[in-house]
Design a protein around this ligand. Sequence first.
Ligand SMILES: C[S@@+](CC[C@H](N)C(=O)[O-])C[C@H]1O[C@@H](n2cnc3c(N)ncnc32)[C@H](O)[C@@H]1O
Length: 213
Amino acid sequence: MDIFHPLAQVYAEKHSTPQDSLLQELELFTRAHHQASHMISGFLQGRFLQLFSTLVQPQCILEIGTMTGYSALCLAAGLTSTGQLHTIELREQDARVAQSFFDRSSHVAKIHLHCGDARTIIPDLQKTWDLVFIDADKVSYLDYFNMVFPSVRVGGYILADNIFFHGQVFEEPIQGENAKAIAAFNTAIVNRDDVIAMVVPLRDGLSVIKKVK
Ligand SMILES: C[S@@+](CC[C@H](N)C(=O)[O-])C[C@H]1O[C@@H](n2cnc3c(N)ncnc32)[C@H](O)[C@@H]1O
């Protein structure tokens, strides 16, 4: 039996609480104006991120790969009253759009947007992370994980998006450097004994990783 019926996504969206008007506007804007709009988390995954963050109630969130800010706004909803979210985006144009939407959000004071290469910015952020969302260049996933893991508190979570890489990780042999890098990331995670991981088959696959020691 297939786990997923072809209509599952449509049905799930119809029976999940709608996004607020700002998120709706941001998703519509991104889909209309961004040349790679398929990268946005979008409604269903965004709702998951928001609920997950609300459950964790993080004090400190790191997001790697802001794009136009959709997932950052979803994650920020779960922050404690004094919590902070740091999000990193390489492309100035995307960062500008993201900041313009953050400015209209009730979470604006808690969101710190860094424009530049995550590889150089992460080491400067001296924080203990309760929640990290990895969603930038796929070839760097394992490097990002290794960079942030020591700064994630025990009991904290790392989420990683596009864990199926458009289904390309199911192919034998795996082609393309992005799919190979994601497959290597998935193998490295499942072989660790200091995390509990589950791949949630949501959208393009979302890995939920808890640091347990
Ligand atoms: C999949 S999109 C992020 C989507 C966003 N998290 C969301 O769900 O709406 C990936 C983003 O990572 C950015 N990116 C790629 N390489 C990066 C790097 N080295 N440092 C920071 N951002 C990077 C890209 O410019 C792109 O906007």
